[in-house]
Design a protein around this ligand. Structure first.
Ligand code: HEM
Length: 146
């Protein structure tokens, strides 16, 4: 996309692709209530399972070129970042809505920059008299979509 303005139509796809590529909940737990066979493995009752949801997002039989961050990826939403089954995250729609609103606000209010050198290195925090910290108005973030 170079140094132009970001394409807002990529936002929706970028949210699921981000959840696939680097989920904020990488592992989750399950306790088996009865014996179960998963992918040929027999698991007894009472087993404590540690499920790598993040690894599922990089599964090459589901996602082509899985280590590439690809915003328009057509099956990105097949990730397991919100779990699966009866305990599937009830906040998934809210989480994605919040992400979309934040990205829309950022991309419409901030000019995109294709050059990493153009990024500001100023801190968003400044010291106030008396040693207290106060939060100054941050410089506009510069986003790079490429
Ligand atoms: C990007 C944001 C979020 C991620 C990645 C996330 C991820 C997860 C995961 C992995 C689970 C376990 C699902 C399973 O056991 O199969 C879960 C469950 C849950 N999440 Fe989220 N979550 C997010 C946001 C939210 C929000 C915003 C809320 C509430 C407003 C929420 C409420 C819950 C609740 C209540 C459960 C338990 C559901 C159950 O046990 O039946 N989550 N979430």
């Amino acid at each position: 996309m170079g140094g132009g303005h970001p394409d807002p139509t990529l936002i929706q796809g970028s949210i699921d692709e981000t959840l696939r590529y680097d989920p904020s909940v990488p592992v989750w737990r399950r306790l088996t209530k009865h014996p179960v066979t998963i992918a040929g493995f027999e698991i007894p009752e009472g087993a404590k399972l540690f499920l790598w949801l993040a690894a599922a997002g990089r599964e090459p039989t589901v996602f082509s070129d899985p280590d590439r961050f690809d915003m328009p990826r057509d099956n990105a939403k097949h990730h397991l970042a919100f779990g699966k089954g009866m305990h599937f995250c009830i906040g998934s729609a809210l989480g994605k809505l919040e992400a979309r609103l934040a990205l829309e606000a950022l991309t419409t209010r901030s000019p995109a920059s294709g050059s990493p050198k153009a990024r500001s290195s100023r801190s968003t925090r400044t010291s106030a008299p008396g040693g207290r910290r106060r939060y100054g108005r941050p410089p506009p973030p510069r986003l790079t979509f490429s």
